[in-house]
Design a protein around this ligand. Structure first.
Ligand code: NAI
Length: 451
């Protein structure tokens, strides 16, 4: 392990846990390091023979704030610790829980942004956000930056979906997960419970992880496994984007009738294929261009809808962004709207599922670029305000487990997303902000305004 790691002093001192907590109201940062279990502790019996609250060692240790800081000083990495604390401060994060399992060689970073929405939700999980895996040799600071940003984005998304949970993101530096290793699975379930989060597997973890967690009685805080009750989150996500789009069209044209409009869909994966299908099935006389780097996928979708008499055509992946259409729907990847691409766009509305469509590393930069889009008379609101149905879908499973219902999810989408898009677009106009700036203002006012 590198010396410039939050885990290095834990490793050297035989400790397991570091908690960094920030209170944005007072500016206080509190640290605590501890030994909470013995190295040979067997995690495969988690939630069977012991629980998250169980005392797991006879030789527990606890270092207070002063002692923890002194420990990082002793190993010459106080400046690194301060760098991480500064990131927590900048993002007004609740903090980071770090769990170190020396024997299993797992470094778990539980990035927690905000609990305000979740604390009175009457459930165990007060925050929600994905769990992703990183290689052990990745740069730890970059993993932390990524995790903190994603945790914050989850707070915003959960507000957009009107969910009673705050935002978090677990980033785990470890070898590829062996789904048969109950020791490892039990430990990962424990870490999530310590943070009081619910999650779904994200990059680097297989979705089967959820089924293993449930089938072995480790955790019901994991959702969206292949054997889950709801299937893929792609179609509901596309549906949410589509019903919100209708409000954007209504805002622009005075009616949500899209008859005869033209569309370009970038990406025909889980969400994009459903989006193209929703347009094809619901918009009379639509002209639809579709693009994907997987040309077989494009051929399959185009053939399917042309057979139904839909005017659908393939467009090259390098041209789709600049197609002359009414609506461009990015459903492939983020970072596509930049200083370079914005002047070349030829659409009136940009409305898709892709996360982080504007290429920016800060909210300020995202808002600046959103103004360039507005100057070009292109209607756009930040994606997390309307691509949140996937998260609503995950919460439905978390709340109702095997009784989760797609019908209720779609009802919730219908109830929440069109209304909030309509409100955001009109509020933005009233305040003279871009819809992106306005969405950020709404969540910031809720999180940091007067209680
Ligand atoms: P996916 O991986 O199923 O599909 C992405 C598709 O884009 C693939 O077919 C891929 O070949 C294609 N693609 C990649 N590069 C491309 C390029 N340069 N030009 C054209 N096509 C390209 O992913 P999924 O689940 O459909 O998600 C799409 C976007 O929506 C992602 O940004 C994802 O983060 C976001 N999203 C997905 C949600 C979900 O529930 N699946 C929820 C919220 C957001």
């Amino acid at each position: 392990m590198e010396k410039r790691s939050l885990f290095y002093p834990l490793d050297q001192e035989g400790l397991t846990t570091l908690r960094i907590q920030y209170d944005w109201k007072t500016g206080n940062v509190f640290l605590q390091a501890s030994k909470d279990w013995d190295e040979d502790f067997d995690w495969s019996r988690y939630n069977h023979d012991f629980y998250v609250e169980s005392i797991k060692t006879r030789t527990a240790r606890l270092l207070n704030d002063v002692e923890t800081r002194a420990m990082y000083e002793k190993y010459g990495i106080s400046d690194y610790l301060e760098e991480v604390i500064d990131l927590v401060r900048q993002g007004k994060h609740f903090g980071i829980d770090c769990f170190y399992n020396k024997r299993l060689d797992i470094r778990y970073l539980g990035n927690m942004h905000n609990r305000k929405r979740g604390i009175n939700n009457t459930r165990h999980g007060v925050m929600k956000g994905g769990i992703r895996r990183h290689e052990k040799d990745e740069n730890e600071l970059e993993v932390i930056i990524d995790g903190l940003n994603l945790a914050r984005a989850m707070t915003f998304k959960n507000i957009a979906g009107e969910l009673p949970v705050g935002g978090c993101k677990s980033c785990v530096m470890m070898d590829e997960l062996d789904l048969n290793n109950m020791d490892v699975c039990g430990f990962l379930a424990f870490c999530l419970d310590e943070m009081r989060c619910s999650t779904g597997p994200d990059m680097g973890f297989p979705t089967e992880m959820t089924d293993v967690m449930k089938d072995n009685g480790f955790s019901v805080q994991y959702t969206c496994g292949p054997n889950g009750p709801l299937g893929s989150s792609g179609p509901p996500t596309a549906y949410g984007v589509f019903v919100a789009l209708k409000e954007a069209v209504r805002f622009l044209n005075g009616s949500d009738d899209m008859t005869g409009m033209s569309f370009a869909v970038q990406g025909l994966g889980e969400v994009g294929a459903s989006m193209a299908g929703l347009i094809a099935d619901n918009v009379k006389d639509a002209k639809i261009y579709v693009a994907d780097i997987n040309s077989a996928r494009v051929d399959e979708i185009v053939a399917k809808y042309r057979a139904k008499g839909v005017d659908m055509e393939a467009i090259a992946p390098e041209d789709v962004l600049f197609a002359k259409v009414d609506v461009l729907s990015p459903c492939a990847m983020g970072g596509i709207l930049s200083e370079e691409t914005i002047p070349k766009l030829n659409c009136k509305i940009i409305w898709g599922s892709a996360n982080n469509q504007i290429k920016a590393s800060s909210v300020e930069e995202e808002c600046r670029l959103s103004k360039l889009l507005a100057e070009r008379n292109i209607l756009f609101q930040t994606d997390w305000w309307h691509n949140t149905a996937g998260v609503m879908f995950g919460y439905e499973e978390y709340k109702y487990q095997k009784d989760a219902s797609l019908k209720r999810t779609y009802d919730d989408i219908d109830r929440v997303l069109p209304k909030n898009t309509w409100l955001n677009l009109n509020k933005a106009k009233e305040l003279g902000l871009t819809p992106t700036e306005c969405a950020y203002k709404t969540v910031m006012d809720e999180l940091y305004g007067d209680d």
